[in-house]
Design a protein around this ligand. Structure first.
Ligand SMILES: CC(C)(COP(=O)(O)OP(=O)(O)OC[C@H]1O[C@@H](n2cnc3c(N)ncnc32)[C@H](O)[C@@H]1OP(=O)(O)O)[C@@H](O)C(=O)NCCC(=O)NCCS
Length: 209
């Protein structure tokens, strides 16, 4: 594993963390390590084809997964995994560039196991990456998704992401049908300030002032 900056090690200092899904199911979230290779391959292979086609790599190939687990570099990609009884049930990644004009921007990708969908896992993983982005002092987060991915749009909207662009016929599914690609984005500090203001308002209401 390559060297980790002070900011990145601060962002990851609190892991592993325990959390609960809406069902009460206890899970653990923590960053990817090399030893997760086999479990990660099993997680991706278990995804239905329609989910896998939305990903940027062929995650059924062992060499694709081992390329990631052999070359972990948290300065470029932070992968946070969700575990239920040692089985991976979700993978959320924050991608950064270390050089050039977009080092202030992070891209988020999230995928969860079908059997754990609509239980709050996607939002939970997005929240983790949002707080990591805050500690890393990123200015802006983006996420890309097919226009018809309503669940993804809902998850990202709840964390303050708004639609920024639609790229027409930008992606094709495995049958070769074109789809529009939506880019959603969030201004990290502005969103954090909004949360803090709303907490301050709630506290003021309760104190009667
Ligand atoms: C997007 C994704 C990560 C969401 O994961 P999840 O674990 O189901 O997320 P959550 O449970 O936190 O929230 C999903 C929300 O979408 C809702 N939802 C599910 N299917 C939906 C649909 N077809 N239309 C509208 N809303 C839908 C759920 O009810 C839930 O909302 P609620 O909590 O208000 O009831 C998951 O669907 C996935 O892995 N998709 C494939 C990969 C992908 O498209 N990733 C996003 C781009 S990076």
């Amino acid at each position: 594993m390559s060297e980790v900056s002070f900011k990145t090690s601060r962002a990851l200092a609190e892991y592993p963390k325990e959390a609960k899904l809406k069902t009460g199911q206890k899970i653990v979230v923590r960053p990817l390590v090399k030893e997760d290779n086999d479990a990660l391959l099993a997680f991706f292979r278990a995804l239905p084809r329609e989910d896998r086609e939305k990903l940027k790599d062929d995650v059924t190939k062992p060499e694709v997964i081992s390329h990631w687990t052999d070359n972990i570099d948290y300065e470029s990609v932070i992968a946070i995994l969700a575990f239920c009884d040692d089985k991976i049930i979700g993978d959320a990644t924050l991608h950064r560039t270390t050089f050039g004009w977009s080092t202030h921007v992070g891209e988020i990708r999230i995928v969860t196991s079908q059997e754990f969908r609509a239980q709050g896992l996607g939002r939970l993983l997005l929240r983790e990456l949002f707080f990591i982005a805050l500690v890393l002092q990123l200015d802006k987060l983006i996420a890309q998704m097919p226009e018809e991915q309503a669940a993804a749009r809902k998850v990202f909207r709840t964390l303050g992401f708004e639609q920024e662009a639609v790229l027409k016929n930008q992606i094709k599914d495995l049958e070769g049908r074109p789809h529009n690609l939506v880019i959603m984005s969030q201004e990290v500090i502005a969103f954090w300030k909004k949360i803090q203001d709303s907490i301050a308002d709630t506290l003021a209401d309760h104190s009667g002032s």
